[in-house]
Structure formats: structure tokens, C-alpha cells
Design a protein around this ligand. Structure first.
Ligand SMILES: [Fe+2]
Ligand SMILES: [Fe+2]
Ligand SMILES: [Fe+2]
Length: 282
């Protein structure tokens, strides 16, 4: 099998992981606090590691990781339905990984897919267990229908955070600067925390988080990446600062100021990296 074909297959798998992450996070947030929600979030984190491994393999083969989101199974009204969908999504993944392991002859790629497959088999069992648990113990969708300026602002924040997670991950995969790669990975993890905090705040306040993203910067030169990342960080720090002044709820105000401070820190880290990168290039 030629390289391009392998890249295409791995990108399809990566898109599948992306879809799974969002499907599981949506469920975990919708269920509010509790053991099952925590365990589902932990499974989403494992899918993130898969996404990372696949992206790195794609770059090593000379490809560009896809940012498309693969198939999701989002129908169903009850938690039991959702968990059944998750079982099916894992089955979809298991079938594909088995096919891809058979079709690809490169041993290191085979090994990687085998490693991921064993996680998916374990997730499959976890979700079967959650179907039974939800049937026996009951589990509820605790999201509300609140729609006002606050929920609008929170959804704006969620959209921003999701966008920069993808952007920083892509930049981490594409840069040749080792220090930038490390920082991008670190800050992407920090933005995932932000996404979680905003989504939890939304559900606590009776709203419904909408996990969509806007356009991702796809620069290929490290200095261009950093310029784009600094620009977006400055914008979001200012937006969180404005929102913090507007809201009355003291806890929400505290959260927004904490986010603002993190984004200011990101701006500073990226600015230092840009300065060094420019020095090296000149
Ligand atoms: Fe999985
Ligand atoms: Fe953030
Ligand atoms: Fe940030």
C-alpha cells in the first residue's frame, strides 16, 4: 500500500476519534456531576490520545492531519439511548480498525492501530456496562433550555475554546520547533480544561452547551502560527475581561477572570516563542 493511501486511512480514523470525543463530551456534560459522567469524560480523554497518536503518524508519513469531525451518533432522548449509541460508535470503530490492521502492511502502523483497537474493545465493554447501569439506577439529562445573554456568552466561549484546541493541536503537529510543539500541546490541554469549565457552568446554570467550532488557522510556518495564536489569545482575553465586568454572578465572574488570566499567560508564552523563532529565522 502506498503512503498516500495509508495517510488517507489514518485521517479517516482520526476523524472518527474526533467525532467520538465530541459525542462523549456532550454526554458527560449533559449528565452533570457524577461517577458515570466522570468515567465517560475519561474515555473521551483516551480518544484524545488516539487522535494525537494518529496525527503524529500522519505527519511522520508526510501528511497533514484532518480537522474534519467524523460520524457521530447523537440521536436518542435518554441516557440509556446515548449509552447504546456509544456502544454502536465503538463497534463502528472496532470494525474499521480491524479492517485497517489487515489492509496495512507497515508494521509500526499496524502496531499503533492494534494498540488503539485494544482501547476501543475496552470502551465497548464500558459502555455496555453503562447501558445496564443507566437502566438500573437511572441517569438524567440535566441540561436546561435557558437562553439569554449569559448562555450566549458561554456558548461563544465554548466555541472559541474548541477552535483553539484544534488550532493548537494542528500547530503542534506541523511545527518543526520542538519547544513550540511542547507549548502548543500544553496550551491545548489547558484550553480543554476551559471548554470543560464553561460547559459545566452552562449546564449548572440551566443551559445547553453547543460544541461547535469556527475556522482554524492552518499556517504552515511556525512564525505565522504564533502570530495567529497571539492574535486570537488577545481577542479572547479582552472578551473574557469584558464579560466578567458584565455578569452579576460572583462565581461566574471569578471563572471568567481566571480564564482571562490564563489567556493572558498564553499570549505571553506565544510572544516569547515568536521572538525566539524570529531571531532564529533572521
Ligand atoms: Fe473508544
Ligand atoms: Fe481558553
Ligand atoms: Fe488561550
Amino acid at each position: 500500500m502506498d503512503k498516500d493511501k495509508i495517510i488517507e486511512i489514518l485521517n479517516g480514523d482520526l476523524e472518527g476519534e474526533h467525532g467520538a470525543i465530541i459525542q462523549y463530551l456532550t454526554h458527560a456534560y449533559a449528565m452533570g456531576e457524577g461517577e458515570m459522567a466522570c468515567e465517560i469524560e475519561a474515555i473521551a480523554r483516551e480518544e484524545m490520545r488516539h487522535l494525537d497518536w494518529l496525527a503524529e503518524a500522519i505527519v511522520e508519513l508526510g501528511g497533514t492531519p484532518s480537522l474534519e469531525r467524523g460520524k457521530m451518533r447523537m440521536s436518542g432522548k435518554s441516557v440509556v439511548d446515548w449509552m447504546k449509541n456509544n456502544v454502536r460508535l465503538e463497534e463502528d470503530g472496532i470494525t474499521l480498525y480491524r479492517d485497517h490492521i489487515k489492509a496495512i502492511d507497515a508494521p509500526e502502523i499496524k502496531r499503533l492501530l492494534q494498540r488503539i483497537l485494544s482501547d476501543e474493545e475496552s470502551h465497548h465493554g464500558d459502555f455496555q456496562h453503562f447501558v445496564e447501569k443507566a437502566q438500573k439506577e437511572g441517569a438524567a439529562d440535566v441540561r436546561g433550555t435557558r437562553q439569554d445573554k449569559v448562555t450566549q456568552m458561554l456558548n461563544w466561549g465554548i466555541e472559541h475554546e474548541y477552535t483553539v484546541i484544534l488550532q493548537y493541536l494542528l500547530h503542534s503537529y506541523m511545527t518543526k520547533n520542538e519547544e513550540v510543539r511542547e507549548q502548543m500541546q500544553d496550551q491545548a490541554i489547558n484550553e480543554m480544561q476551559h471548554l470543560g469549565w464553561l460547559a459545566e457552568e452552562m449546564v449548572d446554570g440551566g443551559g445547553n452547551p453547543r460544541i461547535e467550532h469556527t475556522e482554524v488557522n492552518r499556517s504552515t510556518k511556525t512564525a505565522d502560527m504564533l502570530r495567529a495564536d497571539i492574535k486570537i489569545e488577545k481577542e479572547v482575553a479582552a472578551a473574557y475581561d469584558r464579560s466578567a465586568k458584565e455578569v452579576d454572578d460572583p462565581d461566574l465572574k471569578k471563572l471568567l477572570l481566571r480564564l482571562r488570566d490564563h489567556e493572558i499567560y498564553h499570549t505571553e508564552v506565544f510572544s516569547d516563542l515568536l521572538e525566539e523563532e524570529e531571531k532564529q529565522q533572521s
